[in-house]
Design a protein around this ligand. Structure first.
Ligand SMILES: Nc1ncnc2c1ncn2[C@@H]1O[C@H](COP(=O)(O)OP(=O)(O)OP(=O)(O)O)[C@@H](O)[C@H]1O
Ligand SMILES: [Mg+2]
Length: 511
């Protein structure tokens, strides 16, 4: 085993998984998943604080979540790197039982748990730390480095946020790679393929789809797309809404304000949803969910059929297919050019997802990769390719999921990199002053596909100062936008005449 191991981590919305390469057989690296207590290969991405103030992570946190809904945090990945103003935070607030609020400066999202206030990065950091500890114990060697995967549809800020989370616990995130690309590695490494595949990844929190051309050790992403607010959790929520409605119609009682009842419903809704992937119907019974005003206990007694579940969630499945169609157009390929459709993510076990995809592509999806493990396996393979003692030379040619550009004077959005631009990538633009004796140039950088800059996510504000006083439009400034292999942007500005340079990593400013 390598002295300084680099593990691969799939930091999932619902479940996380870690893996490492351990030797090779006939030149093909052998990946081992890192088992958690009891032999499971996934750890629930859940963090909780119990009433004694102890921190619980993983199964320990999940086991008590019905009874401690206020202090049990799940789905944190959806909020990481998000500003409080984004609609997503508002939406999330309505569906979780823990307390989400804006920070004092109204910029960050804060979670109040027990008596602590945590940022989303803190929560992700604790989960990463747990995974690292499990790996260190299993491998009997300190683990300080990891390749960590993120949804392809993560923005620059969200990627940066995951790197920073690692830093908080002394785990160096040596490389961020995209989840679907990672799954493609799990499929393609060591097989000498020449093939164009679609990776359809519907997990707990996010949906990603990438079209990838595999040429032996080269993995070239042709186009990608997704929705970081579309996953299994939304399927559960659709069921919950239905259950609450039925219960209210029957009893007149609204359970949505009762956190313990809500958590019990959520728990059973998810389990019933999973059952219905293999059964046509399942009972949905919860005893003593609440009491009448007279103190009479009430139960939920319902039956769920697969058909009903499909009716409640078909819109979600259709949303994924719309994204698939768009990505296909972006890639310039036809459905016939797709040689294999790969399913990743637990929610792809739902039969209707597979049926719709079969119809869309005219062929059944392949089951060549394990939907829960492929992403971590790919990350481990990539980690191995970065180590010194390897012949594995992987080349990932990935893309950015959303355009990156700057705000124009009229509020419009000038795209410097359109979506699906390949990375790494650098571009230069020329700027100039608009007023006489202007010594500073301010640029607001955004990421997104909207024509109005402000509708996109602000990545940062960049100030270039030290411009020589001169009439408007005379001084030139040369600005370089550099997106690295991880999809993270750095900017440099230069006065071409004096050669004076300023370099900064783009951050959202506190203005
Ligand atoms: N048999 C099944 N049928 C339907 N859904 C399932 C089944 N098994 C798992 N799921 C759902 O899959 C989701 C978890 O998938 P997965 O572990 O791939 O997500 P994740 O990697 O944590 O999330 P993400 O990739 O979105 O960050 C959960 O919502 C779970 O309910
Ligand atoms: Mg996943």
């Amino acid at each position: 085993m390598n002295r300084e191991p680099i593990i691969g981590i799939d930091l999932g919305t619902t479940n996380s998984c870690a893996a490492i390469v351990d030797g090779d057989v006939n030149g093909v690296p052998q990946v081992k998943l890192i088992p958690y207590k009891g032999g499971d290969y996934t750890i629930p991405s859940i963090y909780a604080v119990d009433d004694k103030g102890n921190e619980l992570i993983g199964y320990e946190a999940k086991r008590q979540w019905q009874l401690n809904p206020r202090n049990t945090i799940y789905g944190a990945k959806r909020l990481v790197g998000r500003t409080m103003s984004s609609d997503i935070v508002e939406q999330m607030r309505k569906t979780v039982q823990y307390q989400v609020r804006p920070s004092e400066d109204n910029k960050e999202v804060v979670i109040d748990v027990a008596k602590k206030s945590l940022s989303l990065q803190d929560v992700s950091a604790r989960i990463l730390n747990k995974i690292r500890d499990v790996a260190s114990n299993h491998l009997k060697v300190a683990v300080n480095k990891a390749v960590v995967t993120v949804p392809a549809y993560f923005s620059d800020r969200q990627r940066q946020s995951v790197k920073d989370a690692g830093k908080l616990v002394g785990l160096e995130v040596v490389r961020i790679i995209n989840e679907p690309t990672s799954a493609a590695l799990a499929y393609g490494v060591g097989r000498h393929l020449k093939k164009t595949v679609v990776i359809y990844d519907l997990g707990g929190g996010t949906f990603d789809v990438s079209i990838i051309e595999i040429r032996d050790q080269v993995f070239e992403v042709k186009a990608t797309g997704g929705d970081i607010f579309l996953g299994g959790i939304d399927f559960d929520n659709a069921m919950i809404v239905h259950i609450l409605k039925e219960f209210k119609a029957k009893t007149g009682i609204d359970l949505s304000t009762d956190p313990v009842a809500m958590q019990r419903i959520k728990d059973l809704a998810e389990r019933t949803k999973m059952d219905l992937s293999t059964r046509e119907e399942a009972p949905f019974n919860i005893p003593f969910i609440t009491m009448t005003a007279q103190g009479q206990p009430l139960n939920i007694e319902m039956k769920f059929t697969r058909k009903l579940l499909e009716q409640l969630t078909v819109d979600l499945v259709d949303r994924t297919l719309k994204i698939v169609a768009k990505v296909l157009v972006d890639s310039g390929l036809s459905t016939q050019a797709i040689e294999e459709v790969m399913l990743v993510g637990g929610q792809t076990r739902m039969p209707i997802v597979q049926e719709r995809l079969t119809k869309f592509f005219g062929k059944a999806p392949s089951k060549s990769v394990h939907p829960d493990e492929a992403v971590a396996i790919g990350a481990a393979l990539y980690a191995h390719s970065l180590s010194d003692d390897t012949n594995l030379k992987l080349q990932l040619l990935d893309v950015i999921p959303m355009a990156i550009g700057l705000e124009k004077a009229d509020g419009g959005f000038h795209q410097v990199f359109p979506r699906n631009s390949s990375i790494p990538n650098a571009k230069q633009i020329r700027g100039t002053t608009s007023q006489a004796n202007q010594t500073e140039l301010i640029m607001r950088i955004y990421q997104g596909d909207h024509d109005a800059a402000k509708e996109n996510e602000q990545l940062g504000e960049f100030t270039f100062s030290g411009i020589r006083p001169a009439p408007a439009g005379q001084e030139q400034i040369e600005i370089t936008f550099d997106v690295n292999v991880e999809g993270i942007l750095t900017m440099m500005a230069k006065d071409p005449a004096s050669g004076k340079q300023l370099k900064t990593t783009v951050r959202v400013t506190q203005s």
